[in-house]
Design a protein around this ligand. Structure first.
Ligand SMILES: *[C@@H]1O[C@H](CO)[C@@H](O)[C@H](O)[C@H]1NC(C)=O
Ligand SMILES: *[C@@H]1O[C@H](CO)[C@@H](O)[C@H](O)[C@H]1NC(C)=O
Ligand SMILES: *[C@@H]1O[C@H](CO)[C@@H](O)[C@H](O)[C@H]1NC(C)=O
Ligand SMILES: *[C@@H]1O[C@H](CO)[C@@H](O)[C@H](O)[C@H]1NC(C)=O
Ligand SMILES: *[C@@H]1O[C@H](CO)[C@@H](O)[C@H](O)[C@H]1NC(C)=O
Length: 565
């Protein structure tokens, strides 16, 4: 308490320092001295003052002034060059540090991720984890996974998996000491997708780095998720590639059929486990297809493709490998096609394709246009075998993080095809079993599912408005978020929801369907209460999918103890 009062006073001093360019800080910035770091060798530090950096899309502020610190570093034995950027605002530093993550096969987004934190008064950091090979490559293309000799680049994989967010955070905290003369009083992490995975990783392996972690739509279980993301392409290659108009018809029909099953016909599927949509019901119907300038009659093969994509990756004998497109999610992310001169071509999801080529097959020439179901199955198991240790990120023991007082918050769209929310609820389930049940877990870990929301943003359902503020309140004021306010205008009018904290889910109690107050949070709608142990909940959506004795049954049994009964 006394300590935070001192921080407050210090922060106040900084805030009220002369702000016309803040010459003292700017001067300090130009010759910033960072300490020696144990974790890595610094190659180069370059810091300079940036004035009037212009930003767009912010109604109240159009420019920011900050100290831009670039640190390049290397790890002994890794032959890597990691670029790390820390931005430290010259005016109104709020006394906090915010680390930011990446997405796909990239570890960080630099400017686009750092602007908002700096506008909000945070010192903030981003890292490329060495994946751009000293700015010669776009990290997202994934080719960094192989050395010039064609072997897995273990150093970079280690950086991507866990090392670089930690390094960046160590540098960021040191930079606030060097510039402002004090460590941040609170440190946060924020990221989505791969950025979400990086956040879980931090909670699992560097439990003291952050007081609060916002890790949304996390790519935990990456060694399963990534080949799973390539499944729709394999299905289309081996059966038929439908035009997008056909997929849109399946998506719309799924929503029509399953939306009412959660008790509210609001255009949103809030209880996907109840969704029993059968694509065969559309066979024979005609859909208008602008991209072909024609009408298309939906065939049995089209329905088969949609069913397999909804079901998710399976072995060639039909056993569960991973979760499919959530019902109501758009197909175009992972099952994209385009019409070229009247012919329908498959457009593979680039990160999924890169994963198969560079990480799993380790063959840049892999013919991703012709992968049989058998080959897919062996690539899937190879992915799991090679990368689960480093990139599984599913260690359910968060006791270090809990004991350090950390809070981990996640929201996940339920119409996210790229990283499906059952992966997140599977982790939640493992965690609560390991750490004393759901109420014990509530103290430091909360998950919010958002019906109709796509990957990290977008879709057609209400998107959380300011989840980060909720996290900061939780960390600094002890106000744990029971619900997360979300809204959208994507369908015209405004639709609001108070998203429930898992395992509770939205239940309609009557009234205006656009109004958050018309819904309550309740336990029973898609979870099964185990009466002999009311603290432990079984996730219906997860438990209903795998069949006893199949690959997933074995996976879930052995590694997660989920299907023990
Ligand atoms: C830091 O690196 C970025 C990206 O390479 C570059 O745009 C920027 O000018 C650098 N700033 C400093 C102060 O070195
Ligand atoms: C990395 O790139 C910078 C800027 O292009 C260059 O000055 C430096 O020599 C490069 N480092 C290495 C080790 O190649
Ligand atoms: C689908 O592919 C088309 C053509 O390449 C591309 O313009 C579009 O952005 C892709 N859609 C998605 C969701 O990736
Ligand atoms: C489309 O067809 C025309 C005429 O046959 C040809 O010149 C063109 O290269 C084709 N375009 C593509 C993208 O294949
Ligand atoms: C319910 O919990 C008890 C005690 O933990 C366990 O033995 C049993 O298998 C569980 N039943 C189900 C259906 O999960």
């Amino acid at each position: 308490m006394a300590q935070s009062l001192i921080y407050l006073l210090l922060a106040w001093v900084v805030v009220t320092a002369p702000s016309d360019g803040n010459p003292a800080l700017a001067q300090k910035c130009e010759s910033l001295e960072l300490p020696h770091f144990e974790e890595f060798d610094v190659i180069n530090v370059h810091s300079s003052s940036v004035f009037g950096y212009s930003i767009t899309g912010n109604p109240t502020q159009t420019t920011i002034d900050f100290c831009h610190v670039n640190v390049s570093l290397t790890h002994s034995g890794a032959d890597d060059i990691v670029l790390t950027s820390i931005w430290l605002p010259f005016h109104g530093w709020n006394g906090r540090f915010q680390a930011t993550g990446g997405g796909g096969l990239a570890a960080g987004y630099f400017d686009s991720a750092l602007i908002q934190p700096v506008v909000d008064g945070y010192a903030a950091g981003s890292t490329d984890a060495g994946l751009t090979l000293n700015n010669t490559l776009l990290a997202g293309d994934g080719s960094w996974a192989l050395t010039p000799e064609g072997k897995l680049n273990q150093g970079l994989i280690k950086n991507f998996a866990y090392r670089s967010i930690h390094d960046m955070t160590v540098i960021g905290k040191a930079a606030t000491v060097a510039l402002y003369g004090q460590r941040p009083h609170h440190s946060y992490y924020t990221g989505c997708s791969t950025g979400g995975r990086q956040g879980y990783l931090a909670a699992q392996y560097y439990p003291e780095d952050f007081d609060g972690i916002m890790a949304n739509a996390p790519a935990i279980f990456t060694p399963r998720v990534s080949p799973g993301d390539f499944w729709p392409v394999v299905v289309m290659e081996n059966i038929v590639a439908p035009p997008q108009c056909v997929f849109s018809a399946f998506q719309a029909a799924t929503v029509r059929h399953c939306d009412p099953q959660d008790g509210a016909t609001d255009g949103l599927i809030s209880a996907p486990d109840k969704c029993d949509y059968n694509p065969k019901t559309l066979v024979g119907q005609t859909v208008d297809c602008p991209e072909l300038s024609a009408s298309v009659v939906i065939t049995t093969a089209h329905a088969d493709v949609a069913a397999k994509i909804l079901e998710g990756a399976r072995t060639s004998s039909g056993d569960f490998l991973w979760f499919g497109n959530p019902p109501g999610a758009a197909f175009d992310g992972l099952a994209n096609t385009t019409v070229v001169n009247g012919t329908i071509d498959i457009v593979p999801f680039s990160s999924g394709e890169a994963w198969m080529k560079y990480f799993v097959a380790q063959d840049p020439e892999l013919d991703t246009k012709h992968i049989s179901f058998d080959t897919f199955e062996s690539l899937y198991f190879r992915s799991v075998e090679l990368f689960t240790d480093k990139l599984g990120t599913d260690n359910p023991d968060l006791s270090g993080f809990k004991n350090a007082g950390g809070k981990l918050m996640t929201w996940h769209g339920m119409a996210d095809a790229y990283i499906t929310h059952p992966g997140t609820t599977l982790y939640w389930d493992k965690l609560q079993k390991k750490m004393g049940g759901r109420h014990a877990v509530d103290d430091f870990y909360r998950v919010f599912l958002a019906p109709g929301v796509a990957h990290c943003r977008g879709g057609y359902g209400p998107v959380p408005s300011d989840p980060f503020a909720a996290l900061v309140n939780w960390v600094e004021k002890g106000e744990a978020p029971d619900t997360l306010f979300a809204s959208t205008t994507s369908q015209g009018g405004q639709v609001n929801r108070n998203l429930c904290h898992y395992p509770e889910s939205l239940r309609y109690r009557g009234g205006d369907l656009n109004d958050a107050e018309s819904f309550i949070c309740s336990l029973s709608s898609y979870n099964t209460l185990n009466m002999s142990n009311p603290e432990i909940y079984t996730v219906g959506w997860v438990a209903s999918l795998p069949v006893e004795g199949d690959a997933a049954g074995a996976f879930l049994d052995e590694e997660h103890g989920l299907l023990a009964s």
